[in-house]
Ligand binder design. Structure first.
Ligand SMILES: [Zn+2]
Length: 437
């Protein structure tokens, strides 16, 4: 694998959807996303891969194996971004897969199993409000009916967006694959959080992916004049909301050993005037964790506050569950394989949970799945300043290569030498990097 070439090809593909502000905007199925997708397909074809695009817009590029009919070892991620997103989220995993194949071709390395590089469509929820659509379709987890009511901000339906790029929503179920086709799936991705950078560890091996429970809580009070209503006679819905928000923090802190986190990110106050006691507040709450029982414990405490609000403040509240997805634990043996390869390559590693959703969580339903995180500067993501250094990307990419080659049963493997050279080069760098040999 040639890391300079990987970075160069990331720069090239990031010209699609690049904005003057410095971010990347490639919303799913837009012209920018599609141009990047076509570019990726062309690059794969130039490497002699057979390339197909399924009904959901997932690209599957395949390098044949030596033995016919063996299941493929796949890797990949996504090329769509949020509005003004970063240069690494998703793009890294797709382009690293392509570079992996380029490297194998260049060195004439063959594998017994085929290798697939997958670019999943519509991973980000930025356009239609649903995430990981492509991998859900591939894993047979997509509810066709749920797509019918989806529209973007311009009022374009999901179906129209698909047909604008030549895809047919009526065929979307044909994207489903059988687990028998795949031996394993690996996703290389930036962490999008601060843990690796702060601990100075090279890579994270993802043990599980947290799923959000999302609630919309409406608190009903009574509007009255802010000047003439005595404090004891008020039914202030915003004070009720404040109690819920504070309890949310306390409850999540009590569950912090399980890694559960909770956020009230939306608070809509009505009527929203300085001289009126608020009569209605709508909160949207996101509770995430890899342990469903821990997540549930947080939610139970919120229900507890809601009944207290009714008794003590006369505030009625209602909950609408927006989503309640199952957390996904990734395959232990695949994580062990990644850890073994880290040891072999001299890459420091830690097992960690992912707080954000990824295509890997859907692929885990199809085949043993492993996920590699590399550090994100300042934990920043979905942002134009999203950044991972070349040496950090290199460690993740060489680990991806080593794991894929091990799994696909390569006839020889040179990634270890590449890492040794890399480590030698970085012993002169910062204090943090000195520990890595
Ligand atoms: Zn991503």
């Amino acid at each position: 694998m040639n890391i300079d070439r990987l970075e160069a090809s990331m720069r090239e593909i990031n010209e699609f959807g690049g904005t003057p502000e410095g971010g990347i905007t490639r919303l799913a199925y837009t012209a920018e996303h599609w141009a990047a997708t076509r570019y990726f397909m062309k690059q794969c074809e130039e490497q002699g891969m057979s390339v197909r695009i399924d009904a959901c817009g997932n690209v599957i590029a395949r390098r044949p194996g030596l033995v016919s009919n063996l299941p493929a070892v796949a890797c990949g991620s996504h090329l769509d971004t949020v509005q003004q997103g970063g240069r690494f989220d998703g793009t890294l995993g797709v382009m690293a897969g392509l570079e992996l194949v380029r490297g194998l071709n260049e060195r004439g390395i063959a594998t017994r199993h085929p290798i697939e590089v997958i670019s999943f469509a519509c991973e980000e929820s930025a356009r239609f409000g649903v995430s990981t659509v492509g991998s859900k379709a591939m894993a047979g987890k997509l509810n066709r009916a749920s797509l019918e009511r989806l529209h973007d901000k311009e009022g374009i339906s999901f179906e129209e967006a698909l047909s604008a790029v030549g895809l047919d929503v009526n065929r979307i179920e044909s994207s489903r694959r059988s687990g028998k086709e795949l031996k394993a799936f690996f996703e290389l991705h930036i962490e999008q959080g601060p843990v690796l950078e702060e601990s100075g560890i090279d890579v994270g091996i993802v043990a599980g992916i947290a799923a959000p429970a999302r609630l919309e809580i409406t608190i009903q009070g009574r509007a009255s004049h802010s000047g003439t209503t005595p404090m004891t006679m008020r039914k202030d819905a915003l004070i009720g909301a404040a109690e819920i928000i504070l309890e949310l923090e306390r409850a999540a802190l009590a569950e912090s050993s399980s890694g559960t986190v909770a956020t009230a990110g939306v608070c809509d106050v009505r009527p929203g005037a300085m001289n009126v006691v608020p009569d209605q507040v709508m909160l949207q709450v996101d509770v995430r964790g890899t342990k469903k029982s821990s997540r549930q414990a947080v939610i139970e405490r919120i229900y507890g506050v809601m009944s207290r609000l009714e008794l003590e403040r006369g505030l009625r509240s209602e909950v609408r569950v927006l989503s309640d997805e199952e957390p996904v634990l990734l395959d232990n043996r695949t994580a062990d394989l990644l850890a073994e390869q880290c040891e072999r390559l001299g890459v420091s590693h830690v097992r960690m949970m992912s707080g954000a959703g990824h295509d890997a969580m859907n692929m885990a339903a199809l085949c043993p799945t492993g996920m590699i995180f590399v550090p994100s500067k300042g934990g920043l993501s979905h942002h134009k300043d999203e950044y991972s250094a070349t040496s950090q990307i290199a460690r993740g990419a060489f680990l991806l290569e080593a794991a894929v080659l091990k799994c696909a049963e390569a006839v020889s493997d040179e990634s270890k030498d590449a890492i040794i050279t890399l480590n030698r080069g970085h012993q002169h760098e910062s204090g943090k990097a000195k520990g890595i040999v």
